[in-house]
Write a protein that binds this ligand. Structure first.
Ligand SMILES: Nc1ncnc2c1ncn2[C@@H]1O[C@H](COP(=O)(O)OP(=O)(O)OP(=O)(O)O)[C@@H](O)[C@H]1O
Length: 312
């Protein structure tokens, strides 16, 4: 468990974090979401002490982190960034195991761990272990960034906008990978994004930030269905103008659950997964879908294509 207790960060006259109090439970995917400058990166970098608070305390499993040995703390925390900056002159295997070398693992053990990790993210070790970063696609490089962060088996993984620079298809694949890995490894993942769809898709719990403070913390469903204030409502764009897509369409596509009533007078909630996949629903009644880019009404054919493309 990671706890922020009244954490403030002051830069001269400006306050990046304003008395942040927050508990991040173990074994789950916790998302910090908010607009640019809201304090997400500052918060996450405080967990591995890349930034120190001006006041307040951060604890991991009850122990204040400023009293822990810095190297031990960092070895227990994986860190994935948007620009992962793999070392260009090192092979993929060497990149993945660089921290294990610091820990003086034998070459054989490092090789074994690199192979395990490559296999975990569906990259054939025979093919990729000895390649150089420039011989990998952006999405593959980001997979390496993720497994590099997992090499020492840390309990906590910090991910700061790791997929912002990737195309939408690769981004969806890597989101799936993170969901999968979290379920397999039971880490505590703290994931920063400014994208509400990414937050809805990934978060077991989501903290919505604005100007250095938390606006709301809750599950995707709670935040979507009961936004605490106008900021949260607008940030999640909940009142986007509806267009029509019938309840039957969504039920047929297995994207929603009928809560009560008959078709036409039905009450249903579309799954959050559907929302995160560019579909948006009114909390009650009409189910709607919008094309994210053009804001044009999606037809059933569009929806079917979308579902097929994304393998929902
Ligand atoms: N070293 C610094 N000196 C002065 N101000 C800073 C510094 N680092 C961050 N800030 C300010 O603190 C505030 C929070 O920044 P932070 O990077 O945490 O926001 P963010 O939510 O992660 O934004 P983004 O999504 O743009 O990265 C911003 O107003 C930023 O300008």
């Amino acid at each position: 468990m990671i706890e922020f207790e009244g954490v403030t960060k002051q830069y001269g006259q400006s306050r990046a974090l304003d008395g942040l109090t927050l508990t991040i439970p173990d074994n789950g995917l916790f998302v910090l979401v908010g607009p640019s400058g809201s304090g997400k990166t500052t918060s996450v970098k405080m967990i591995n002490r890349l930034i120190e608070p001006t006041s307040g305390t951060i604890k991991i499993d009850g122990q204040p982190i400023d009293q822990m040995d810095l190297q031990t703390l960092r070895l227990n925390i994986g860190y994935v960034l948007q620009n992962i900056a793999l070392f260009p002159h090192l092979t993929i295997e060497e990149n993945i195991t660089i921290q294990l070398e610091v820990l003086e693992w034998s070459k054989a053990d490092r090789q074994k761990r690199a192979r395990e990790l490559l296999t975990l993210v569906n990259l054939d070790p025979d093919k990729y272990a000895n390649r150089y970063p420039s011989e990998l696609s952006g999405g593959q490089q980001q997979r390496i960034g993720i497994i590099r962060a997992l090499a020492t088996k840390p309990k906590v993984i910090l991910m700061d906008e790791p997929f912002s620079a990737l195309d939408p298809v690769t981004r969806t694949q890597l989101q799936d990978l993170v969901l999968d890995l979290q379920k397999q490894l039971h880490n505590t993942v703290v994931f920063v994004t400014h994208d509400m769809k990414e937050a809805l898709r990934l978060g077991d719990e989501i903290a919505v930030m604005r100007a250095g403070s938390i606006q709301q913390i809750g599950t995707a469903e709670a935040i979507f269905n009961q936004p605490k204030n106008d900021f949260v409502r607008e940030f999640f764009d909940i009142e986007r103008q509806p267009t029509t897509l019938t309840v039957q369409d969504l039920v047929a596509a297995d994207l929603g659950t009928v809560v009560s009533g008959q078709p036409e007078t039905i009450t249903m909630t579309a799954s959050i997964k559907a929302l995160a996949q560019d579909l948006i629903a009114q909390p009650e009644g009409v189910i709607v879908a919008l094309d994210d880019q053009t804001q044009r009404q999606l037809t059933t054919t569009d929806l079917t294509t979308l579902i097929a493309k994304r393998g929902l």
